[in-house]
Ligand binder design. Sequence first.
Ligand SMILES: Cc1cc2nc3c(=O)[nH]c(=O)nc-3n(C[C@H](O)[C@H](O)[C@H](O)COP(=O)(O)OP(=O)(O)OC[C@H]3O[C@@H](n4cnc5c(N)ncnc54)[C@H](O)[C@@H]3O)c2cc1C
Length: 328
Amino acid sequence: MPMDSPSTLSSPPNAAAPGIALKVQIVVIGAGQAGLSAAYHLKRLGLTPHKGFVVLDQSPGPGGTWQDRWPSLTLSTVNRIHDLPGMSFSEVIGTDSSEARASVAVPEYFAAYEKRFELPVYRPVAVKVVCDRHDHFRVETDRIQVSARGLINATGTWESPYVPDVPGAGRFKGRQLHTKDYRTAQEFSGRHVIVVGAGISAIQLLDEVSRVTTTTWVTRREPEFRDGAFDEKVGRAAVAIVEDRVRRGLPPASVVSVTGIPVTPAITAMHARGVLTRRPMFSEITEDGVRWPDGTALRADVILWCTGAAPSITWHHSCCASLEEASS
Ligand SMILES: Cc1cc2nc3c(=O)[nH]c(=O)nc-3n(C[C@H](O)[C@H](O)[C@H](O)COP(=O)(O)OP(=O)(O)OC[C@H]3O[C@@H](n4cnc5c(N)ncnc54)[C@H](O)[C@@H]3O)c2cc1C
């Protein structure tokens, strides 16, 4: 494939025509919060969009993985959307839009952000292989090829849902799904649903599902409810805990382990409805439910795993393999 001069790429970023080859200093993979923030700072440092850096994103439109969130997740039920550097969320999305779908409002904000800062986001472009070529990376995608001196991976976690390995999972005749696959509570009507997890997503989905059917809440550890507002001070303390672990070379612990579960009016109401009576983690999945170590069994139709996700390295790293070699 011939290596085009990047200066010829003045066409709109979305016109990532198959076959194009780019040569840049930095390639960013992923255009979610992390990728866009990185792109903003690269531009601020003096790198020229298109020639100096590009952002490759496999999603069909702006919004990172926010465009995939379930319909009932609104701006009033997300924790909070942190402003991207240089442009606040409220500049784009009015303060009266608390009931707007997060899957619509956040992509709208990201789209405006990309436009305001003229960020060179190429989409849909899925990175498949990154070859380490000593002094540069060769990035192979499903459409274009990029040669870059440096690479920032910002592919998030959404593509790598985590479900614990519990004996018997394969013989369960009911339905198992992860937070990522959840769309609406109504589809569980009339079924008994076990919700597993102690994070905000688990609580929110438990809240919704328990309004339409019977539920059991299961968590690995005793949930830590926390009174008081989740204000800036508390937020900074949580970030400091994460930063400390990462600086020591440790992976960040789960979000809820540093934030606790803030007691909201919704949680108070759930307590009153009796749906927050937690059971410990079961040790086995049976054909028609689950079983605990003491032999107690529970029949269930659905296990909803709200058990988080792992970092997604969605591309293959290679020293020399090409896309064709890697897929063969
Ligand atoms: C249900 C839920 C609720 C949340 N609520 C909040 C909240 O209220 N407030 C908050 O701040 N955070 C919240 N979070 C966390 C938030 O989603 C993440 O912090 C944020 O989305 C992470 O941004 P990111 O840029 O790292 O990744 P993402 O937003 O996941 O973006 C990654 C991008 O990389 C792209 N990509 C992946 N692989 C490739 C590839 N091989 N080639 C090209 N592109 C690729 C994806 O298509 C995607 O566009 C929530 C998360 C979940 C799951």
